[in-house]
Design a protein around this ligand. Sequence first.
Ligand SMILES: Nc1ncnc2c1ncn2[C@@H]1O[C@H](COP(=O)(O)OP(=O)(O)OP(=O)(O)O)[C@@H](O)[C@H]1O
Length: 353
Amino acid sequence: MANSAVKIHKRGEKTDQAEDSFVTVRNLLKQYGDEGVEAIKGINFDLERGTAVGILGPNGAGKTTTIKCILGLIVPTEGTVRIGDIDVLEDPKTAYQHIGGTFEGARNMYWRLTVEENLDFFAALAGNNPRERQARHEELLEQFDISDKADTVVRELSRGQKQKVTLACALARNADFLFLDEPTLGLDIESKLELQDVLKKLVERENTTVLVSSHDMDVIEEVCDRAIIMNDGEIIADDTVDNLVHLFEKTRYEITVDGECSDIRTDLEGKFDADGFKPHGSKGMQFRVTVASNEFYDLIDLLRNADLSIETIETVDTNLEEVFLSLTENSDDRRSATETDQSIASSGRRSHE
Ligand SMILES: Nc1ncnc2c1ncn2[C@@H]1O[C@H](COP(=O)(O)OP(=O)(O)OP(=O)(O)O)[C@@H](O)[C@H]1O
């Protein structure tokens, strides 16, 4: 796992724009009111064109504030946001031409118009002649598997279909940066899988840049290449979803050993969250433990020092949800370790930026 270094972001000035950056966020700070809370504390990140990035964090972490600043909906106290060559604060109108998407609870289309009429409207809004765009609109509807709904008024569509039409409308007006707030909220499993599929195609085929904010880890894990995890106004991790999952891989093992383990039971419970102890065979024991990938040899040593040999071992996988909880629950400890430039993982596999 040589590539499993989580890029932890430290607070500090950053001014350069990465070469391949499409959305560039620099030293973004937002304080609500003169004495109010610092909702975001000088954060930095880049979104490359044609990538899908998830933004995660517990309630109050600063996600909405960050996104509203990026979309030019609120003015940050400090910092800059660029979309392509456009400074969002200086020229929000031009920036808006690039942006499409959904805010949870907001109506993003005209519910009394048909799907086709909505596409025409949004195409016209971007200065396109809807008649010339007919083929493009058909292609979009086909891509999103809603061709049969072209003449249906939006208010009669299901929630999942409305989500798809919103995305199609954004593309009809040539938006190349989509922000999606809780895109799978309220969708049944089938619609959720379909929407995830549509989002993946969007990134691959249309080279669209997508930022997804969601508490649904499945959509982030399935659709996004990368995840930014926020807590208390700061970015506490920013890396590929694969790296995040691998680095924090904590595996649950069910182990049987060839003898009694009462002498080391307290150690197993304390260090490895062990439970489910029960006799196995004539003199062995079975139990379950949770072991991070860098702790595995500590477990083996503990068993060996107690003269125990492993007879069988079975595993269960980690997912992004566990990574998220592990990071946000321990972010204060992790931050202080980062600031003193110590390796958080004792294996030393993590690097700092
Ligand atoms: N208009 C406002 N006035 C004052 N404080 C605000 C305002 N909006 C947000 N805050 C505060 O800023 C902090 C970050 O809020 P924000 O809404 O950005 O978090 P979030 O990560 O989007 O949370 P959630 O997941 O609950 O939507 C919170 O402490 C919140 O109370």
